[in-house]
Ligand binder design. Sequence first.
Ligand SMILES: NC(=O)c1ccc[n+]([C@@H]2O[C@H](COP(=O)([O-])OP(=O)(O)OC[C@H]3O[C@@H](n4cnc5c(N)ncnc54)[C@H](O)[C@@H]3O)[C@@H](O)[C@H]2O)c1
Length: 323
Amino acid sequence: MKVDLDGAKILVTGGAGFVGSHIVDQALAAGAAHVTVIDDFVRGRHENLSGAVSTGRVEVVDDDIRDAALVDRLTQGCDVVFHQAALRITQCAEEPVRAVQVMINGTQNVLESAVRHHVRKLVAASSASVYGEPSYLPMDEAHPFNNRTLYGAAKIANEQIFRAYAEMYGLPYVALRYFNIYGPRMDIYGVYTEVLARWLDRIDAGEAPVIFGDGTQSMDLVYAGDVARANILAAQSDATDVVLNVGSGTETTLRELCDALLRLFGRQDLEPRHEPERKVNPVRRRRASLDRVRAALGYEPETDLDAGLRAVIEWRREALCTP
Ligand SMILES: NC(=O)c1ccc[n+]([C@@H]2O[C@H](COP(=O)([O-])OP(=O)(O)OC[C@H]3O[C@@H](n4cnc5c(N)ncnc54)[C@H](O)[C@@H]3O)[C@@H](O)[C@H]2O)c1
């Protein structure tokens, strides 16, 4: 089911978060008449939506997707639901009961409402975490579920439940397996920040970045604007009942990322310090195969690492200056 976003009514769960807020911006740019955001602000930030809210076409509901009646009311009349609300991988490990409530029961609330109100397309965030440790690279969508985390388990369950709802009720959906997303509005404040945010702090303070391990661990770094665009394309396309990778298709090692940051800051004089690897994220390598998403959505990553990192550095400067 293709949805023309011009004039459409949209719900974005987790819409005050990093990716969700970029989806809100791009949906407005595509002509959405009204966007409702539901976010309980466990990690979302009002600043992420300041531009969007100023259009007068956005309503922000500070509440929880675990409230089925509320989700149902907000879904009424919506053409598209972008489902982004989730807990971070680390928080899932710390609060497993809440993780299942939010990521499984909360997602089911979204699905039930989408079916009841005949939503024309559900576009949902899955994750490359479902793949776990790579059996081969690049990882295509047929790669086995080597995941061993509760977060990844919830994402796998979500994908399976989407498929079941498509089968039972004909609900049109696309699930997108995001790889390692970075960009403006990434978390630079909280306790669950990524390595990139910590390095930015250190380099900015004139300190050498710390690399845990030998620096050969790799990621597929994909720019947030590209991920949001994949969501918009998924809504606008005929694609349904499918899971698709969303990455850059490029492997970047920790060392390469660190060197790129030092170069962009003009601080190649700072020699990264190596410390023993911590078992926080045991996945050693990641690279997405984009064959399926290219064919299904015509998605192509547009922002390369240098341009994306420059945008992050600029945004971070402004964000840290704003009280
Ligand atoms: N950032 C990445 O690298 C990455 C990679 C793979 C998948 N994902 C997935 O993409 C989606 C968006 O991630 P993100 O990076 O923007 O994270 P984020 O934490 O910035 O966004 C998630 C949002 O959901 C909200 N939320 C959490 N629990 C909620 C609840 N019970 N009710 C309502 N809102 C709730 C949070 O406040 C937050 O604003 C998530 O589903 C995440 O699992 C992200």
